[in-house]
Design a protein around this ligand. Structure first.
Ligand SMILES: Cc1cc2nc3c(=O)[nH]c(=O)nc-3n(C[C@H](O)[C@H](O)[C@H](O)COP(=O)(O)O)c2cc1C
Length: 217
């Protein structure tokens, strides 16, 4: 049991956190990215499989490789971001299970089951992408997740000949947040999209009576 985080921290992580498309002209240091991953890696995954793989694209060369994989609408803002993280998963993750989950022969559960491997890898690397977004926010970075890219082209450019595949869900772009605890909204931000799904639509509350017309707010 831990002390609940305060309202400022909740605002940083959720209520005031937004999806961004414009970036400050500030570098994101390697040490910060390392610290970020130190926390992301602790997020839970099924059988501690940790199938997510993270490629931090920052150099001009990396961006050049990335550019042809991006949809038109995502091109300029992604290239302008100080860091883009490609979220991938490793189809060979069962090989790591003897080390990561030594309590059972978990590797054998996946043997000869490519569909199960892909399902587990996709689900858990997507979770890890979510952990990364929240960790980035916690470390003072803003994110702009996106799935507008050509996964096949990305895999060919970055992962040819390996067991890694891009997760089609999202590739967060990171930027350094302004120093103010609550950053001013950038001009590129539209008002937050509403409705968000509420209560009974995304959550099946056990024993709860669905409130009429309260699903959207
Ligand atoms: C998996 C995923 C894929 C997304 N794909 C794109 C995208 O390709 N391009 C884009 O501009 N925004 C993309 N977004 C951003 C969403 O539209 C945005 O997070 C949503 O409208 C909520 O905005 P808010 O965080 O400012 O409230 C994506 C977000 C997620 C989580």
């Amino acid at each position: 049991m831990h002390t609940p985080i305060d309202s400022n921290a909740l605002a940083t992580l959720f209520s005031e956190a937004r999806t961004h498309s414009a970036w400050l002209d500030k570098a994101v240091p390697d040490a910060l990215l390392e610290q970020l991953y130190e926390h992301v890696r602790l997020g839970p995954t099924a059988v501690n499989s940790c199938p997510g793989r993270f490629v931090f694209v920052r150099s001009a060369e990396g961006k050049q490789k990335l550019a042809p994989c991006l949809s038109k609408g995502n091109l300029d803002k992604t290239l302008a971001a100080p860091v883009t993280v490609i979220i991938a998963y490793d189809e060979d993750f069962p090989e790591t299970l003897p080390e990561l989950f030594p309590f059972a022969d978990a590797r054998s559960w996946y043997a000869g089951q490519p569909a199960l491997i892909t399902e587990n890898a996709l689900r858990n690397s997507s979770l890890q992408a979510g952990y990364l977004i929240l960790a980035a926010r916690a470390f003072g970075l803003d994110c702009g997740p996106m799935s507008g890219f050509d996964g096949k082209a990305l895999d060919e450019a970055f992962f040819a000949g390996t067991s890694w595949k891009s997760n089609p869900a999202d590739q967060p772009r990171l930027r350094r947040r302004q120093q103010a605890a609550r950053p001013p909204a950038t001009p590129a931000l539209r008002p937050r999209l509403r409705p968000r799904l509420m209560e009974n639509r995304p959550c099946n509350w056990l024993n709860a009576k669905p409130p009429v017309n309260s699903a959207l707010q």
